[in-house]
Design a protein. Structure first.
Length: 543
C-alpha cells in the first residue's frame, strides 16, 4: 500500500510540474509568409497509418484529379498504431467484447455492440471492394477467419446468459452460440480449458464470422496503390512541425526531413491529422479555437506473446474475458490468434504501461508539450473524477512479470513461462474533451474533429479505431464535404459500400446479402440464412 501511495504521489507531482511549466506556453504554430502565387495542393494527410491511408483511398477514387500529399515521420508507413505487433488485430464486431454491453435496471443494453457491429460491416465492404479493384491483395495477407468468443467463469456466467439472450434477437448477432459445457468450450478454444479445475463454472459464446486483421498490411497495400497515382506523393522520414492558416483561408503545413534536417512547407486547402497519439499535439498547432477543448493522456500496452508452433496450432480463436469492476474498457483481457506477415502467433493482454510519449517512437516530452493553459484544468478535473482509472493504471504499472503470467494462467492454465515473451505494443492517447458549459470528460473510443470551416480534420482516440476505419473516414467525409457526399460522390460511395446509409440491424435480408458478399470475397466463415432462419429471427424479435 505504501509503495502504491508513493507512486501515485510521484505521478501527481509530475503532472503538476508539467502543467506549471507549460501553463503560459503559446500553442499555435508560427505563421509562415507565403506568396499568393504559390501552388496549393488539395489535401494534406499527416501520418502514415490506416486512417490516412483509408481517407486517401476514398478521396483518390472520388476525386482522382486532386493533389494529395502524405507526410510520415518514420521511414515507412504503418509503423506506429497500425503495425501488426502494436495492436490486438481484432476485427471489432461487438461479438465478444463484453464492455460494449451493460446491464441497466435488470435489462441488457446492447446498443454499443450493435453500433460497432454495423460499423465493421462497412469495413468489410470497403475492403472487399478494394480486393475486387486489385487495390488490396490476397485477403489472407490482411484478414483471416478467427471465431470470436466471450468467456467467463463464476458469477459472470449469469451476465453472459443475459447478454446472449438479448443479442441473438438482433440480426447482427443471429447464429451466436452459447454453452456452459466445458467439453464444448474445449473444442472451441482448447488452451483455455487445459488444466482448468473441472468444478469451476464456465460459459462461452461463439461467432464463426469473427476475424483477425493485420491493419499494418492493409495500410501498406493501400499506400502502395496510392503511390501509383501521379497526383499522390508520400514523404517518409518527414515530421510536421507547424500548421498555420493563411489569410486566404488555405493552410501552410511546415515540415522537416528527419534525416537531413531540411525544412520546407506546402500550402493546402484541406488538412487531415491522422497521427495516432500525436494528433492532439498537432491539432493544437492550428491555433483553432475549437482545438483548445482537447487534451490527452498517454497509455501504453504490453502483451505476452508466443510463436510456439504447438500452442499456435491449438488455438484458433479470439477469446475475450470481462474486465474487472471499475476497470476501463482498454483493460479487457483477451487471448488472441494473430496472423502477421504469414506467421501465426498467440497474444495475451493487454497490460497497461506508462510513458510520457504520445507515440511508441515519440518523445518523453510529448505529454509536457501538449499541456497548456487551456487544457490544464480539464486534465486535472478528469484525473480527480477518474480515480478508479488512476488506481488501475498504477496497479498495472506495478505488475511484475510473475503477476502478468498469473493473469495469463486464468485463461490458459497450463501455460509455461518459457513459451512466452513480452511484446511492447503501441501507445494510445486517451482524449480529454472540454465542452462549453460542461465538465471535462475522458473519451473512450474514437473522436472525429472537424473545424467550423471544415478545412481541418483530425482523428483521435483508441479502440475500436482501426477496425472501423472505413466507417470513421466515411463519417469524416460526410462532415467535411457534405455537399459532395450528398451529390456527385454519392453513387461512388454506394458502389464502395453497398449498405451505405442503411441500417443492417433492421434489415436481415440485406445483412445476409452483404455478409455473403464480403465473406466470399474476404475468405471469412459465414453460413447464409435459410427461410427457416429468417422466420426464427422474426419470431424472436416479436417476443
Amino acid at each position: 500500500m505504501k509503495k502504491f501511495l508513493r507512486y501515485l504521489l510521484v505521478l501527481i507531482v509530475v503532472l503538476l510540474i508539467a502543467a506549471i511549466a507549460f501553463l503560459f506556453r503559446p500553442i499555435a504554430s508560427k505563421k509562415i509568409q507565403t506568396a499568393a502565387s504559390e501552388p496549393v495542393v488539395d489535401v494534406v494527410l499527416v501520418g502514415g497509418g490506416i486512417m490516412s491511408a483509408t481517407l486517401g483511398t476514398y478521396l483518390t477514387e472520388l476525386e482522382p484529379n486532386w493533389q494529395v500529399r502524405m507526410y510520415e515521420r518514420l521511414d515507412k508507413v504503418a509503423q506506429e498504431s497500425s503495425n501488426g505487433f502494436n495492436n490486438a488485430g481484432t476485427g471489432h464486431s461487438g461479438f465478444m467484447e463484453m464492455n460494449y454491453t451493460e446491464e441497466k435496471d435488470g435489462k441488457m443494453d446492447i446498443s454499443k455492440a450493435v453500433k460497432v457491429a454495423e460499423q465493421f460491416e462497412i469495413s468489410k465492404q470497403f475492403w472487399a471492394y478494394q480486393v475486387k479493384q486489385n487495390v488490396l491483395g490476397k485477403p489472407s495477407t490482411f484478414i483471416n477467419p478467427v471465431p470470436h468468443h466471450a468467456f467467463v467463469w463464476g458469477d459472470n456466467v449469469a451476465f453472459l446468459e443475459k447478454r446472449y439472450a438479448a443479442m441473438i434477437k438482433n440480426p447482427l448477432f443471429y447464429g451466436m452460440q452459447m454453452t456452459e459445457d466445458a467439453n464444448q468450450i474445449k473444442q472451441w478454444a482448447p488452451l483455455t480449458m487445459e488444466g482448468r479445475d473441472p468444478a469451476q463454472k464456465v460459459a462461452a459464446t461463439r461467432m464463426e464470422i469473427g476475424s483477425d486483421v493485420n491493419y499494418g498490411a492493409i495500410t501498406t497495400q493501400l499506400v502502395d496503390n496510392l503511390n501509383k497515382h501521379q497526383n499522390f506523393k508520400l514523404s517518409t522520414s518527414t515530421e510536421v512541425t507547424g500548421i498555420s492558416q493563411n489569410d486566404d483561408k488555405t493552410w501552410t503545413v511546415s515540415f522537416k526531413n528527419m534525416k537531413t534536417g531540411q525544412a520546407d512547407h506546402v500550402k493546402t486547402r484541406f488538412v487531415f491529422i491522422g497521427a495516432g497519439g500525436a494528433s492532439v499535439k498537432l491539432l493544437q498547432m492550428t491555433g483553432l479555437p475549437e482545438s483548445k477543448q482537447y487534451a490527452g493522456f498517454p497509455v501504453g500496452g504490453v502483451f505476452l506473446m508466443t510463436d510456439n508452433p504447438k500452442i499456435a496450432a491449438e488455438h484458433t480463436a479470439k477469446l475475450y474475458g470481462r474486465a474487472d469492476l471499475g476497470a476501463p474498457p482498454m483493460s479487457v483481457p483477451h487471448i488472441d490468434t494473430r496472423y502477421i506477415d504469414g506467421k501465426k502467433y498467440v497474444l495475451f493482454g493487454p497490460f497497461a504501461t506508462y510513458s510520457n510519449k504520445f507515440l511508441k517512437e515519440g518523445s518523453q516530452f510529448d505529454l509536457l508539450a501538449s499541456t497548456n493553459k487551456n487544457n490544464v484544468l480539464p486534465m486535472t478535473a478528469v484525473g480527480m473524477e477518474n480515480l478508479d482509472l488512476v488506481k488501475y493504471l498504477v496497479s498495472q504499472v506495478m505488475m511484475t512479470d510473475e503477476d502478468r503470467f498469473n493473469e495469463l494462467k486464468k485463461y490458459y492454465p497450463n501455460a509455461k513461462r518459457e513459451d512466452w515473451r513480452l511484446n511492447q505494443g503501441g501507445q494510445r492517447v486517451q482524449v480529454i474533451k472540454k465542452e462549453e458549459g460542461k465538465p471535462a470528460k475522458l473519451q473512450f473510443g474514437t473522436e472525429v474533429f472537424v473545424s467550423k470551416d471544415r478545412s481541418v480534420t483530425a482523428l483521435m482516440g483508441a479502440s475500436p479505431g482501426a477496425s472501423t476505419s472505413p466507417y470513421i473516414m466515411l463519417s469524416l467525409l460526410e462532415k467535411a464535404f457534405p455537399q459532395q457526399v450528398e451529390g456527385e460522390w454519392n453513387p461512388k460511395l454506394h458502389e464502395m459500400v453497398k449498405s451505405y446509409k442503411q441500417k443492417l440491424s433492421e434489415d436481415p435480408v440485406l445483412l445476409d446479402q452483404v455478409r455473403q458478399y464480403t465473406s466470399q470475397t474476404l475468405g471469412l466463415h459465414y453460413t447464409p440464412l435459410t427461410p427457416a432462419d429468417f422466420a426464427k429471427l422474426a419470431a424472436s424479435q416479436s417476443k
